[in-house]
Design a protein around this ligand. Structure first.
Ligand SMILES: Nc1nc2c(ncn2[C@@H]2O[C@H](COP(=O)(O)OP(=O)(O)OP(=O)(O)O)[C@@H](O)[C@H]2O)c(=O)[nH]1
Length: 627
């Protein structure tokens, strides 16, 4: 850093740059390791590890900034930081990206990996290789990164670093021998300085980082952005070739917008201005960009005078699960619209479309990468925007063939065509499938394979990692994976098995619509699509659940569960005769009117559910949001 508080990055030659992401199974210690790396390199002040408890909420991590991350103790957004490390008297620039572990945030991991050349694959020495270890490894491997496995938590008495190294060797292909895997404790800091030295010695600098590349025309990859109240949209860029400085005029390839650069710098972890950013470096740019929608993740920026081809094609994320999101109170629709706009700009993996429901009114149909992604979104709506919402239970997108020969993709059961419109032969429907990876102690193999069978799954492969651990691959319908599968995997393996999945395309299926009717009227928010073999049970369960929550009303309530238009379950909630004025004696008209007005106000807070049947909003919310 020079006297003006600027970092002179040009003093660091290209061969002294290392870019790496930290990837791992959830809770294997990525954010804790990132904290130790930040401390050791002097980016943040050292904290006493003994002072941090075992409760995740007690140990707020420097790079976990969002309220929801601190609340849940998980990383949701990838975070970038540039560090300086001295090795043999020379300063190296390390670009580190801390990534989320959960599969639902794969999109975040993938876009981070696009800006790195190397990955540290962290594995917990007490838990060994888990499903997300394999999934994140596969993602990094397929993107051509060099992967260094690092064995963490060696301070724990139950740590078995050698056995875990052997498991890694058996399950994954890495350019290091198992005896070379560094052993660290991200908690105590043991082995972390040696890890930094190893990163410098064994990892390659960015391929585009050479003196020649610095003189080539500018090409920068935008891989993250966020909104700053004072500076507008801030863009995080990986500079592939050339250099950029304040005052330059740059163009965004995807949008063709032209900008003047007002600030460049690195995140260290605070925004630290620099004179230039050049090939191989990762840093932020302020461009006076007013709208977040202008910053397209994956876009390429270049100098206006020297147009360049894009670094990569921008591929929109394909959401896997879809749900309707409605304001609890219809007057809050504009506020919900603003909140969704601001959150989706921060998280481009969410797709948004307007939706109108007969039951719930105006709202949105949003697409997410999984149930946790959706849950985190709901929590962010509440925590960051104080929005209470009704979110319908998630569904996948099905394909169906209509009588007129058209193929319809629908992610909304309310829009499912009538039976008469659907082609009547066996190839009429398709549903999305996934390939699941289950990592488990050998003891639970039988239980897990029967769980796969119970969920219409197909066992594909079994690999023994050692005498105790096994990796099972199976093909399963995504719809089943999204409901109880995860908790069932945990239940059938006493919590020891972990599970992960990747998309595996569409396959033929036999699908039907399950509808719930109240007094003969269908409730669109409660309809769902299921495999025919599971539909009757679902319809019966709905009828029983509704019978349990609908209080007796002034009329009889008939509850019907239908499968493909045929009633398969029916119950009636008998009417109650209730006259609110019965307790008011005599002719005190004022008291009587006041009470009636109060009852009316109370009722208006209730949602008119269907055909005069009322439920209080909380009951309604729990009903529609749970499958
Ligand atoms: N004993 C011990 N605990 C550790 C070590 N590293 C991390 N932990 C603990 O493990 C838990 C998970 O650590 P995190 O750093 O949040 O894990 P993560 O991989 O970032 O988790 P996600 O961001 O949710 O994917 C925390 O309670 C840490 O304190 C270690 O080396 N030793």
């Amino acid at each position: 850093m020079n006297g003006r508080g600027f970092v002179d990055l040009d003093e660091i030659p290209p061969e002294r740059i290392r870019g790496f992401s930290i990837i791992a199974h959830v809770d294997h210690g990525k954010s804790t390791l990132a904290d130790r790396l930040l401390e050791l390199t002097g980016a943040i002040a050292k904290r006493d590890p003994a002072a941090t408890g075992t409760d995740k909420k007690e140990q707020e991590q420097v790079l976990d900034n969002l309220a929801v991350e601190k609340n849940r103790g998980i990383t949701v957004k990838a975070q970038t930081v540039s560090l300086l490390w001295k090795r043999r008297g020379e300063v190296y620039l390390l670009n580190l990206i801390d990534t989320p572990g959960h599969v639902d945030f794969h999109y975040e991991v993938a876009r981070s990996l696009a800006a790195s050349q190397n990955a540290l694959l962290l594995v917990d020495a007490t838990q060994g290789v888990q499903a997300q270890t394999v999934a994140n490894y596969t993602l990094a491997f397929d993107m051509g990164l060099d992967i260094l496995p690092v064995i963490n938590k060696i301070d724990l008495p139950s740590a078995q670093p050698e056995a875990v190294a052997d498991q890694i060797d058996a399950a994954l292909v890495v350019p290091f021998a198992s005896h070379e895997f560094p052993h660290v404790s991200a908690k105590t800091g043991e082995g972390v300085a040696a890890l930094l030295d190893l990163i410098v010695d064994r990892m390659a600098p960015p391929p585009e980082a050479s003196v020649a590349a610095r003189d080539a025309p500018l090409r920068m990859l935008l891989f993250d952005s966020w909104y700053n109240a004072y500076k507008g949209v801030i863009c995080l860029m990986a500079v592939k070739t050339g250099r950029v400085r304040v005052g330059d005029t740059v163009v965004a390839h995807a949008t063709q917008h032209v900008y003047t650069v007002t600030e460049v710098g690195i995140l260290a972890p605070a925004m630290t201005p620099a004179a230039t950013l050049s090939a191989g470096q990762v840093g932020y740019l302020c461009l006076n960009m007013k709208k977040k929608s202008e910053s397209v993740v994956g876009d390429t920026f270049y100098h206006r005078a020297r147009p360049q081809p894009p670094v990569q094609t921008v591929t929109p994320v394909k959401p896997l699960v879809h749900a309707g999101v409605f304001p609890m109170d219809p007057v809050e629709l504009p506020a919900l619209t603003d909140a969704i706009e601001s959150l989706t700009v921060h998280d481009p993996a969410i797709s948004v479309a307007k939706e109108t429901s007969g039951t719930l009114g105006q709202g949105f149909r949003l697409g997410f990468c999984g149930n946790l992604h959706m849950d985190v979104f709901r929590e962010r709506l509440e925590m960051e925007h104080q929005m209470e919402t009704l979110i319908t239970h998630p569904t996948v997108a099905y394909r169906l063939l209509k009588n007129d020969g058209t193929v319809v993709v629908t992610n909304n059961p309310a829009r499912w065509p009538d039976e008469a419109e659907i082609a009547s032969h066996y190839a009429a429907f398709e549903e999305p499938f996934v390939v699941a990876t289950l990592l488990s102690p050998v003891t639970y193999v039988g239980a897990l394979l029967s769980l796969v069978g119970d969920n219409r799954g197909e066992h594909l492969d079994t690999t023994y990692l050692d005498d105790h651990r096994v990796m099972i691959k199976a093909r399963l319908p995504l719809a089943n994976v999204l409901t109880r599968f995860h908790s069932d995997v945990k239940a059938r393996s006493s919590g020891y098995a972990s599970f992960e999945y990747t998309e595996a395309g569409y396959r033929r299926s036999d699908l039907v619509k399950v509808r719930v009717l109240l007094n003969g009227e269908p409730v669109d928010a409660l309809s769902s699509i299921h495999h025919r073999s599971e539909a009757n049970a679902v319809a019966r369960a709905w009828v029983q659940r509704l019978k349990g929550v609908i209080k007796r009303q002034l009329i009889d309530v008939a509850i019907q569960g239908q499968v493909a238009g045929k009633t398969v379950a029916r119950e009636t909630v008998k009417q109650v005769v209730k006259d609110v004025t019965q307790w008011i004696y005599g002719g005190d008209r004022t008291r009587k009117d006041k009470l009636l007005a109060k009852v009316k106000r109370g009722k208006s807070r209730m949602r008119l559910f269907a055909n005069k049947i009322e439920l209080d909003p909380e009951t309604f919310r729990s009903l529609i949001s749970q499958p």
